[in-house]
Design a protein around this ligand. Structure first.
Ligand SMILES: Cc1ncc(COP(=O)(O)O)c(C=O)c1O
Length: 500
């Protein structure tokens, strides 16, 4: 007979596409502790029993229990078993508690299967500001006075059209300046009518998936890849098939190779592979476009941070490479301005634009036109391009300081060499068997934020362990001090012998 804890974990383990069993079990127990499903003092089943209940090796359970204990989530009482620690630190519990309150009431879980699936494997972090949080620009450098002046001028006498419901994919003035900007800086080939302004990339992926996909369709995503795309596609019933990446980008079958069911969507980050940083080669881009045309697939090109390239020439978009390419291009202001703005955009093939505009209005009801108007003025007055230029210099300097520290204090082999000199983060390689989740937890307890590379992998391939280190949001004066804390955390985990 299965125990209640065994049943709960079975529900939360996910499947092989969620990674190796030891990571899935570790995550399932840790998240159940954090969201309060396994409260303090709960006794976990004996390792032999749990292994039998879940049909997995006992060693896997032993290893996971040891890791949870080392991180303070559980403790063992001599001869009595393993128990959830009575007091998990509050900071860890904060998000979990609110999740539990949304998810279940006194009569048990109320979430649908889809809802449970969405929150079972949460990747969005509650920690978003501080060294070395990846993917976060330096929001303190945003020229808020200039933006504020533009905004206040608009608010002095707001046009009624800017305050009512909107229709048509965002303010035309913003789509116009954006089409020009994207053409100049990213070789994106489009008219303003092909652009839809969204509330960031998640909404853009959601709209594209709903408008073009059906439940059961297949999506190829890069492995490792962006968790946000994976979450939104899966929430719409799309089956994920992770594809490995090499130094030229997503690995693709040759034209002669037979594919039983071709993908409906192919999600790629060609200008700066997320998170490894590779640039997709021209040959691979051509191959991808040819396969997508043959299969009738849609390429979703996520061009999230390509404005920040610190050496060499800018990389052109895939969208502009061939006329009528089957590409849906995504961009965002989250990295160039600030993530809280929640403004992104889609560039669609011409024949899809009208249907997507209607779908966007039906699904999400549009608004934020005052923000669109302020952004349009900010771009057309030259402030946007100037801000990007200034940030490029700043981030390039911060990156160089961090690279230098890594090479001096750890050695060049710790620096992931595929990562191009671009973007807002780099990858620190960890020795093969050092657990990146453990390092992240120890560093966070000491006030330094990073994200574990292994978390970005899906599928049965063993995940590589490493750390995503964001340098953009760390003032130069703090980089060395924060890096020392990170080194201490690495040493601490190595000393404890926590292995991946
Ligand atoms: C690969 C990738 N795409 C897109 C985004 C931006 O998403 P949004 O526009 O929703 O802020 C991010 C942010 O972290 C990202 O890492």
């Amino acid at each position: 007979m299965r125990s209640i804890v065994g049943d709960l974990l079975l529900l939360r383990l996910g499947d092989a596409s969620d990674g190796p069993m030891n990571q899935r079990l570790y995550r399932a127990i840790r998240e159940a502790i954090l969201d309060g499903t396994l409260p303090g003092d709960t006794r976990l089943p004996a390792t032999r029993d749990l292994a039998a209940e879940l049909g997995i090796a006992r060693n896997t359970v032993v290893h996971v229990y040891a890791q949870l204990q080392a991180e303070g989530y559980t403790r063992s009482r001599q001869g009595n078993g393993t128990f959830v620690t009575a007091s998990v630190p509050d900071a860890y519990l904060a998000t979990g508690r609110s999740r539990r309150h949304q998810g279940s009431g006194p009569s048990g879980p109320v979430l649908s299967e889809r809802g449970a699936h969405i929150v079972d494997r949460v990747s969005a972090s509650p920690y978003q500001w501080g060294a070395f949080m990846p993917g976060v620009p330096d929001v303190t450098e945003f020229p808020h006075r200039k933006f504020g002046r533009i905004f206040s001028a608009l608010w002095r006498k707001p046009a009624p059209e800017l305050l009512t419901y909107s229709y048509g994919g965002g303010l035309p003035a913003l789509r116009e300046v954006l089409a020009e900007h994207l053409g100049l800086t990213r070789s994106v080939d489009c008219d303003p009518e092909q652009i839809i302004i969204t509330e960031g990339s998640h909404q853009a992926i959601d709209l594209a998936t709903r408008m073009l996909g059906a439940s059961g369709d297949i999506a190829w995503i890069e492995n490792p890849g962006y968790w946000g795309a994976r979450t939104v596609l899966r929430a719409n019933g799309v089956r994920i098939e992770p594809q490995p990446v090499d130094e030229e980008g997503m690995l693709l079958p040759s034209a002669a190779e037979a594919i039983s069911t071709p993908p409906k969507f192919i999600f790629v980050t060609p200008s700066h592979q997320y998170p490894l940083g590779t640039v997709m080669s021209l040959a691979r881009r051509r191959q991808l476009l040819a396969l997508a045309r043959r299969w009738g697939s849609w390429i979703i090109e996520d061009d999230y941070d390509s404005e920040f390239r610190f050496s060499g020439r800018p990389i052109s978009s895939l969208q502009g490479l061939e006329p009528d390419a089957p590409v849906i291009y995504l961009g965002t202001f989250s990295k160039t301005l600030y993530p809280g703005l929640r403004v992104g955009y889609l560039v669609l093939p011409k024949h899809l634009a009208a249907a997507f505009q209607a779908g966007h209005a039906e699904l999400y009801r549009e608004g934020h036109l005052m923000t669109h108007a302020a952004l349009a003025a900010f771009i057309s007055e030259g402030h946007y391009a100037a801000h990007i230029r200034r940030m490029r210099m700043l981030y390039g300097k911060r990156r160089a300081i961090l690279v230098n520290l890594i090479e001096r204090r750890l050695g060049p082999q710790w620096l992931h060499r595929d990562s191009s000199e671009a973007g807002l983060h780099l990858i620190l390689n960890l020795p093969e068997d050092l657990d990146d989740n453990a390092v992240v937890d120890v560093a966070r307890a000491r006030g330094v934020l990073t994200r574990p590379l292994s978390r970005y992998y899906a599928g049965p391939e063993p995940a590589r362990h490493g750390l995503l280190l964001g340098y953009a949001c760390v003032p130069e004066s703090q980089i060395a001090r924060k890096f020392e804390i990170l080194l201490d955390s690495l040493n601490e985990v190595a000393r404890r012998g926590e292995r991946a």
